[in-house]
Design a protein around this ligand. Structure first.
Ligand code: GLN
Length: 194
């Protein structure tokens, strides 16, 4: 079912290779976006985009330099499914691409808790009381969320995953664990949008 999917991954910097592996393990094809030409080719028949973790300031600069900012923002604003992890969450917030009605607090857990592992609940995936692995690396959390934002996961009283229409964000890095639930959740959003 998912084998026909072709998902783009923004491959400018950060943890994109792990997302691509995850996509392939689920039978989806992965397309790397490294420059405007890659994007324009993919945008002829787009299905979904992953914005990986990394460093949001650097990613912002590179997207502007490569003239990827406006076309990618317009595609997401137009309904293209997108999945942002960690820095990718920050990229979608009101201070950045501003396609999602959230504000992210960057590097939110302080020095000691800069990176940590947690097993927690995720609405729509762990409703049977199970948990999924969550790896946080100098992660943000969602400080404010507008009324159209559905909160999917809360850890230590902080919102760490949310959805607004076809946009999905996690403060943690599901691509760094072997659990495939979150990527499947995203691919479901993609399939329903096609
Ligand atoms: N701290 C990074 C930022 O502010 C995000 C870290 C990550 O993506 N793992 O962009």
């Amino acid at each position: 079912m998912m084998s026909n999917l072709r998902i783009a991954t923004l491959a400018l910097q950060g943890a994109f290779a792990e997302h691509e592996q995850m996509l392939r393990s689920l039978g989806a094809e992965s397309v790397e976006i490294r420059n405007l030409n890659d994007w324009l080719t993919y945008a002829e028949n787009p299905q979904g985009l992953i914005i990986p973790g990394g460093e949001s300031t650097t990613m912002t600069r590179i997207m502007h330099d490569l003239e990827l900012w406006d076309p990618i923002r317009d595609a997401i604003a137009g309904g293209l499914p997108v999945f942002g992890t960690c820095a990718g969450l920050i990229m979608l917030d009101s201070q950045h691409l501003a396609t999602m009605d959230i504000t992210a607090k960057r590097n939110a857990y302080g020095r000691q808790l800069g990176s940590f592992y947690h097993e927690g609940g995720f609405k729509g995936i762990t409703d049977d009381g199970s948990t999924i692995p969550m790896t946080f690396i100098r992660a943000p959390y969602i400080e404010t969320a507008g009324k159209d934002v559905e909160i999917l996961s809360v850890v230590n009283d902080r919102i760490v995953a949310a959805r607004q229409g076809n946009q999905l964000v996690t403060a943690f890095h599901p691509e760094l664990n072997t659990d495939t639930h979150i990527h499947r959740f995203f691919l479901d959003i993609v399939e329903k949008s096609i």
